[in-house]
Every structure is written in structure tokens, then in C-alpha cells.
Design a protein around this ligand. Sequence first.
Ligand SMILES: [Zn+2]
Length: 696
Amino acid sequence: MKLKAPPVWYGAVYYPEHWPENRWATDAKMMRAAGFNVVRLGEFAWCRMEPAENKFTFDWLKRNIDILAREGISVLLGTPTAGPPAWLVNAKSPEQDCRMLYEDGTRWEFGGRSLCCVNHPRFIERSRRIAHALGKHFAKNPAVMGVQIDNELGMYGTRCYCAHCVVKFREWLRKKYGTINVLNERLGMIFGGGEFRDFNDVPLPRVRQDLHNPGLLLDSQRFYSDANVAFVRMQAEALRQAGVWQPITTNVCHMFSGWTGIDGRALFADLDVAGWDCYPQQFAADPAPATMGLLHNIARAYKEKKYWMLEQQSGSPFGMAADDVRRIRLWAWQAIAHGAEMILYFRWRTCRFGGEQYWRGILDHDAKPNDRYRMIARISEEINRVKSHLVGTAGPRRAAILLDFDNCESLTLSAAYGAPRVSYRELAEQYYEALRRRGIPADVVFSVPDPGRYDLLVAPLFRIINETEAASLRAFVAKGGTLVAAVCTATFSRDHVAVADPVPWLLADVFGVERIEWSALGKLAVPPKERLGEDSVAWKKLGSADTIPVIGKGKTLAGTFTARAWCDHLQVTTAKVLARFAQGTPPGPAPAITVDSFGKGRAIYVAAVMEQDLLNRLIAMLVEPDIGWPVSDSAQVEIVPQQNGAGRLCFILNHGADAVSVRVPKKAVDLLSGHSVRKAIKLDPYDMVILSWRIQ
Ligand SMILES: [Zn+2]
């Protein structure tokens, strides 16, 4: 069977089990009137699907699906494993207790969600059975357009310390290292006299315990990631065995750190489409365009294709003032501009009870049509107006940002030991922002791209590296690419052991510099509480200056700027210095930014976490904007170019509360209004346009 998919699936997350059955038909009619073609159902309804062990009751769900189908609305079914029922959680014996055991020795009591261990045999088996039963019951239902596995894996942490996890971690290590002596040697367990006699000596290392081996900590996070990936794969296999032919996905919330402890690329490798949950206001009341832009592009990078927005903010979350509904439209179009083929607002109606009573849905508690409902209906009309233009679009991709699971996770896990005190996401976002200002919304890549695929590659905090990756970076530059490395580059092996050669390891001649010293600056950026306790030493300020001045040289970089978080002290061999740290403060007049040519390309080393303005100037010096596309240097304007066989599209989004004007290089058509645009277009606060140029 083949799915007939619209250019954009559009709808909401819906919990029919939260509302009386005599309300369902009204909801479905209102959804249809708002232009919905899909809703997501079921991801927390295990207790209604299997109220007692092996007693499956899907009739209520079938009745709801039938009602929705009569209104032309398809269903994305959720496997309910994020909401395990009481009969499973409240175990009869300690062996059956499948709740996660946290680092502090506690287990969550029944009543929350996502509280079971993905390594517990009973939880795995019951999850497999419910996924299979759900699949068997609904695979042939023509209204079902896809399946979502679980919900926001890793949202409440991945690190479980139960006996099953300990045993499986040791098995994981045995498979990786073969013998305990190899493990001892590679990770340097002799430090602190910590060598193991056999694999049964190895603990699951606790993040809060001071001076645990960083390589072992990183291995443990790789293990938890693999366990979650295996849990999702197990459900996908059960669904396929049950006859599910529709696309299968899961929703990650990679917005909170890097990957919430799970490697997204591995997670989606065996699934059909990537999906994520986007709540812009969980970062700030006025989130920067780059924050969401980067996260959208991470989602697109998981499978290097378009993706699904499985939860999109429909109203301000907990405890926030009611938001301007124009931003609901702005953020939905931002998602589509970056490659979303599904927009599911979270949620259809604010729940009257439970822990999310203040989490705004589209409708409020009273279910009356409101401004949010009317705006969401308007967006649907707009999508229908332009949907034929959205098919097969892709951006002209000139630049990429290299992100890496090990580098992201190790920064948090070993933050206490003097690692750069900057968030991995925020550092990547700085470079994304600088490129965005130049009219280039950078791709994300998870491995070094082939030479020639991109003009420019940014490698922020790429401190953990292997020989193959170093060789790939050399080739990227030698064959004409521009490489920008930021902070602490190529200093550790993949075992998290410092290299014994000059750094950047195997790349010193490419950059024309060697690092001779380093300084950590200021206080650690606050890591997620569930990952690193407040009592950790990482939370203590170590007493160094928060920032130091940087003096830029030459026409574009001239001026005084600030650096924070970390300084690499470089010694130049063949590179040219573009900026220096100011004299009189550590590290004295050492180079802060350098450039060197290597082969046909060039390599730039940025030795500290720099202020945004300096990075904007640096990127402006390195790349010219694309001719023929609108460009704006306004911080509040986001421009996302796209093209397909029929022509070019350009999404222009105003994220600010002020009106703006954007120059348009040649006559275009405003797709939503149908009007011609010449020279410039004015955008009201939070407004957006899609400009089009057809191929003649
Ligand atoms: Zn466990």
C-alpha cells in the first residue's frame, strides 16, 4: 500500500480519552472547520488500551477514529509506552519493578510518565506486546496514516541505575573492549587506582560523583543511547510484524540539550521519518530566530530529508503570559520553511485536570472558538493556497555546522573537570546566527562532509576526534573548503583521552597553529538539572574572569570585542592573525582568531567563545551572500531560501515586535496575497511572506 500524503499534514495532538464521548463529533467537526487533515492519538492511553494484563480494549479508540475519518481527518497513532499503566508499574515483586532507579537512589512513584527502564525485561516485553496489539488492530484501518513510537524519550533523563542496566552496561563494555585490560588501558583507569579486575567490577558511573573517568562516563551515555534506540527499534519491528505498513516515527525533544542523551541520528536510522517537538517559549519569552532555526535543521539532518513537527506550540506553556497569536502563525511557517511536512499543535484543548492544566491548547477549557483557533484555521487556508509550491523544495546549501553526539554529551558529563563552560547548543547557535545574517541558513551534519559538498564548514567544540575524521577535515580544506574550528579543537581521542601530540591533533599544519596553553573562564552554563545535580562541583564558580577583551584587526574585524568561557592559547606557525586577546589579561597578546591557507582551501581557528558581533563580522569576511536572494542584516528577520524544479521560494519571517522592510533583488510574487513585489517588502510585527520566482 502507498500513502497518499498531502504536501503538509496539519492538525493537533488529541486526547479523546480526556473528554466525554458525546463531545467527540463536535471536536471532529471543529477540527475539520479549522482545516485539519490529521490528529495524533493514543500515546498515553495504555491504561485504556490494556486495562489489565493481556486484556486489550481498542473499541473506544476505533469509535473515535471512525468519527474523525468521517470528517476527513487521518490519524497518527501513538504507541502508549510513555504512559505505563498501574498494573505494570505497581509491581507484585521487586524483580518486576521496572521503574527507573535514579542516581540519587530514588524511583518515581506511579503517576508521572516515562518512568520505566528501557532495559527492564518486563517493560520491554509488555511494550512489545502493546505495540504489536495496537498495530494488529489498526494497520489495515485506512484512516491511520502513521505510527509514533513512545513520546519524548529521554525527556526525564536516560540514566537508570537498576540491576538490569548495570548488567547490560557490562555486556555492552565486554562487546566493545573484549577484555578488561583493554578497557583499563584505553580509558586510563589507572588514574586514582581505578583499574578493574573484570567486567563485574565496573559500575554504572554516577555523574555527580567527583572525578569519575570521563571516558567511562561517555561510554555509559553511549550505552543509554543505544538502549533507547534498541527500545524504539523493538517496537518498530513489532509494529511491522503486526502488518503496519505506514510510516513510523518518534518525537524527540532535542531542544533541551544536544540530544537529551540519545543520539538522534541512530534513533531515526531505522524509522521512516524524523520528528521533534518545538516549544519556542521554553527558551525565552522572545526566542531568537536562530534558536529554532538551528533545531529545525538538526531535525532535517537526522535523515537528510523533510521531517514532521509532532508537537508545535499552540499557546504559551506553563506559567507564561498569553502570547500574541501572530507568533503561532510565525512559528508554524518557520517550521514549514525549514522542511516540516507535518504540523501538529500541542494540544487540541487545554486539559481540565492533571499536571498540564495551565498548558495552553488551541481551545481553552471551555472549548469556545478563540483567537488561537481562528489563527490556526487561517494558517490552514494559507497552506492550502501555496501547497503546490512546497512540494520537493530544498534549500541552496552552502554552509554546514558539524555536530557530534560524543562531543555534546561529554561536555555535560565531564563539565566539572574544567571543560569549556559553554552550552554546546549555544555555541553552535552563535555560528548558525552569523551565517543566517549572511543569508545562509546552515545545514547540520553529523559527520565530516565530502569535499565540495559545502563551501564552508563550522566545527564548534570538536574536541573529541579520531584519525579518520581528522583526515576528512584535511581533505575538506585541501580541496577548497573553508573550515572554521571553534574552541578546544581536536584535543581528545574518542576514548576521551588527551592526545600526546601537538593540538589541534593531526590538524596543526592545516590551521598553522599549535595550542600551548588554555584557560577556562567564568561560571559554567547551567546544565539540565536531571543530568547534573546542583550539588556538583560543576556549579561552583572557579574564580577566573568572566570575559576578556579581544582586539580585531583589518577592515572587517577592527574593534574591541569580548571573549568568554574558554581561551585556547595559540602559537602561530604559518597562520595569519586576525584578532588577538588584549594585552595585560590572561592569556596576554596571544592570537584569538587565525587563518591559514592549506591546499586549495583555508582554515580558521577561533580560540575562544566570542561575542556575536565579532562572529558576524568574521563570517561576513569569509562568505559572500547569494546573489539574487533577499538579504537582511536585521537580527529579527529570518530569510529561508528554498527551490524546486518549478522555481525559487523565499520565506521571510519577522520575529520582532517592530515592522521591518526587506530589500528584494528582483521582482517577485507574494504567494499568499498574489501581489507583485518590487525592490522591497514591508513586514508587520510577527508577519511573514513567501516570495516566489517561477522558472520561465
Ligand atoms: Zn534500568
